[in-house]
Design a protein around this ligand. Structure first.
Ligand code: 5GP
Length: 191
């Protein structure tokens, strides 16, 4: 998505060779117009997939996922990050390692908001090691939902997330694919 890549080129900052900062328009301050365009793009890309629900992981995925859900006319489900394991039979939970904090949390989803046979589109801001998405997939599969696709704003293609998801047969669509963040330069795949 060219306008999004342009924005990353102008306002993104490679903090080091592993981490990109986009806090001026994606995950601290959020640009609603850009999020609307992103929602339209995901809705268009996945329109043939009979999506019944959009799922994201709190908190950075919420803005683009909400816009996508709005465009598809479906409900948005936000998976929660809990630090302690709450024993509750109404919840699905699975441990996930946070990329940015390096800590483990329990990704949590209430059983009442997902049904067997739901066709789910997962939306998240970044794809790095694929931990967060894989956790979401585990919960959704436990609930016998189908994964119709994964939509990512920024994929760091030099990290193993995409490969990990594709090995599970998941269709991954990323709006910007980054080849490298070395020496403070943001390089996209195919450029
Ligand atoms: P993964 O679970 O794929 O290893 O990492 C994805 C999650 O970690 C995303 O939900 C995102 O919040 C965070 N993340 C991963 N890489 C980056 C990055 O380069 N910059 C920022 N701001 N967040 C990242």
């Amino acid at each position: 998505m060219e306008i999004f890549k342009e924005r990353i080129r102008k306002e993104g900052k490679a903090l080091n060779e592993h981490v990109l900062k986009v806090d001026g328009f994606v995950n601290h301050q959020v640009d609603p117009e850009l999020m609307e365009q992103i929602g339209e793009e995901f809705a268009k890309h996945f329109e043939e997939k009979n999506i019944t629900k959009v799922v994201t992981i709190e908190s950075s995925g919420i803005a683009p996922a909400l816009m996508t859900a709005r465009k598809l006319g479906k409900q948005l489900l936000i998976l929660k990050k809990k630090t302690s394991k709450v024993l509750n039979e109404d919840l699905y939970q699975t441990p996930v390692i946070s990329f940015t904090k390096g800590e483990e949390y329990n990704l949590t989803m209430s059983k009442k908001f997902i049904e067997e046979g739901d066709r789910v589109l997962i939306i998240d801001d970044f794809l790095a090691n694929g931990e967060a998405c894989s956790g979401a997939i585990r919960l959704l599969e436990e609930a016998k939902a189908e994964i119709a696709g994964v939509g990512i704003l920024i994929e760091k293609s030099f990290q193993p997330g995409r490969e990990r998801l594709e090995k599970q047969g998941i269709d991954v669509y990323s709006l910007a694919r980054i080849k490298s963040l070395a020496e403070g330069k943001i390089e996209f795949l195919g450029e």
